[in-house]
Design a protein around this ligand. Structure first.
Ligand code: G6Q
Length: 546
């Protein structure tokens, strides 16, 4: 599935370089003037998502060359390889089958000769049954009380998806229960999370694929101590207040959790691609099994679209290629994701892991250093808050920052004029970025010559607008799958392993080495560099003076 030719030598890449020289100076004002219907020409609609990508610095020739790049990079075959379950995560020799998590019950997807779809549905059924018991009050804590507080303990992929989905779908959630997420090894996270909670009404979900992650296991042990102390009970209480989401049955039972209350997943699900697996247990308790299944159907719709739509209608492929256009030809290093929906406040944080842990890589699949830039920095905040913060730099700074605006025609909280005002802002921002305000226009308003440059907007700043009907569970599934497939497409073109994360290892290992040096009673023989040694010594001195 690897393209035989290295990226920068592919014919389409070379022609994109030539083409870039020709069109880099073109202004969106001219492009819109040349084609008065450009807003419609460069838009697509599928699976309930309208993508307006007309405010990008592209022509038909650009798009054709980008589509050729996708072909020349073997994208179609790579998509099939992923959906088929080939071990495309080559550094870990694993299949990459998050798409199987939302496959219909009658589908068949084989990993090592075994159809994994029945396994997926068996877990979904068990999750549904468990969620129904918690939601109905049939599941009782150690003292016989129903569960009112659900605390998810996990980190990285075992936290960011659950938090984001809970916030995004809060409007569909059971408001009689509290949902809390603890991730950081900083004790403050746990201490604040359990403030005011009654242990007898609290359920902890320990979400950890490996069940060995330092942060999660430390928080889980602290939670167990807090619970048993609060209840004044022995270890037999653990089974009623702890469930696990993991692939590691041995470690789960060693912790004291009944493996009957363990919800599994598989090594072909990467952490950052796992919010629709059992890692979504907290989401399912919050919104109920029926809504969770609707979310899965949204994922599935986008999967189908990605797999079958021709490039010119393929929303993830178009967005991925535009990302490459700015990243590799214009030299943009970041993309702002700007959801105009308060419920999506954690969506940019979620995308940071999805995109940057996947494509923040510097060697190709064959292990050679790349000679081009890879993953962009993703960041953002919900509109309109960002407008009063960092948009200044996007409008008038020296860097080109392509933006993805996300908006919904219908608000889940239609209060007075709020939604019209919100939508007016999103449309206005995309318009202002593209067309700006010329110095002549500024002067014509009577602005003094010395002030005019400060008030000029040069425009020509690209953006996509994603417009959906309303933020339903299906819509969230579609949006997450959209970005998963953008990441995949870019990883194929950049020729990366988008599914490993070796870059997080070194810090973990070094921290394990430093822990005993901080905790030992006697002065350790420090063998780090002079900076690290001094920092450790200062901390030890401060600790001794406590
Ligand atoms: C995601 C990563 C990583 C992982 C966490 C938590 O793709 O693999 O963020 O999700 O390190 O790991 P555990 O679920 O094993 O605790």
């Amino acid at each position: 599935m690897n393209s035989p030719t290295s990226l920068t030598k592919r014919a389409s890449w070379v022609s994109l370089e030539d083409h870039f020289e020709k069109i880099q100076g073109l202004h969106l004002r001219d492009l819109f003037a040349q084609d008065p219907a450009r807003g419609k020409t460069y838009s697509v609609e599928s699976v309930g998502i309208y993508l307006d990508y007309s405010k990008n610095r592209i022509t038909k020739e650009t798009l054709d060359a980008l589509f050729s790049l996708a072909d020349e990079s073997g994208l179609r075959a790579s998509i099939e390889a992923m959906f088929r379950g080939d071990a495309i995560n080559i550094t870990e020799n694993r299949s990459v089958l998050h798409t199987a998590l939302r496959a219909p019950r009658d589908a068949s997807i084989e990993v090592d000769g075994r159809n994994v779809v029945p396994d997926v549905h068996e877990v979904l059924d068990r999750m549904s049954d468990f969620c129904n018991r918690v939601r109905s009050g049939a599941w009782k804590g150690h003292t016989g009380k129903p569960i009112l507080n659900i605390v998810n303990i996990g980190i990285g992929g075992s936290d960011l998806g659950p938090v984001m989905a809970y916030e995004a779908l809060k409007s569909y959630s059971d408001r009689t229960r509290r949902f809390i997420f603890v991730s950081n090894v900083d004790g403050t996270d746990f201490a604040e999370a359990v403030q005011g909670l009654d242990p007898s009404e609290t359920l902890f979900i320990v979400a950890s694929k490996t069940f060995t992650t330092q942060e999660t296991m430390t928080n889980a042990q602290t939670a167990r101590d807090w619970l048993l102390k609060g209840l004044g009970a022995g270890h037999e209480a653990v089974a009623k207040h702890f469930v696990a989401v993991s692939t590691n049955g041995a470690k789960v039972s060693e912790f004291g959790i009944d493996t009957a209350n363990m919800f599994g997943f598989w090594d072909w699900v990467g952490g950052r691609y796992s919010m629709d697996s059992a890692i979504g247990l907290s989401t399912m308790i919050a919104i109920g099994p029926a809504n969770f299944l609707k979310m899965l159907s949204g994922f599935r719709d986008m999967d189908q679209h990605f797999r079958t739509a021709p490039w010119k209608e393929n929303i993830p492929v178009i967005m991925a290629l535009l990302g490459i256009w700015y990243n590799n030809f214009f030299g943009s290093s970041s993309i702002a994701v700007l959801p105009y929906d308060q419920y999506l406040k954690r969506f940019p944080a979620y995308l940071q892991q999805l995109t940057m842990e996947s494509n923040g890589k510097r060697v190709t699949l064959a292990g050679n250093l790349v000679d081009y830039d890879t993953g962009a920095i993703y960041w953002g905040e919900p509109g309109t808050n960002g407008q009063h913060s960092f948009y200044q730099l996007i409008h008038q700074g020296t860097r080109l920052i392509p933006c993805d605006f996300i908006a919904f025609c219908n608000s889940l909280n239609p209060l007075g004029r709020h939604h019209d005002l919100l939508m007016a802002n999103v449309f206005a921002q995309a318009e202002a970025l593209a067309f700006g305000k010329t110095i002549q226009e500024v002067r014509a308003e009577g602005t003094a010559d010395w002030l005019a440059p400060h008030r000029e907007f040069d425009g020509n700043r690209p953006s996509n607008v994603l417009l959906l009907d309303s933020l339903t569970p299906e819509a969230l599934g579609k949006m997450v799958a959209l970005y998963e497939h953008i990441v995949f497409t870019q990883g194929v073109i950049w020729n990366l392993d988008s599914f490993d994360q070796w870059g997080v290892e070194l810090g973990k290992v070094l921290a394990q080495r430093i822990v005993p040096e901080l905790e030992s009673k006697s002065s350790p023989d420090l063998k780090h560099d002079s900076s690290t040694n001094t920092l450790i010594e200062r901390y030890r001195a401060a600790k001794a003076a406590r």
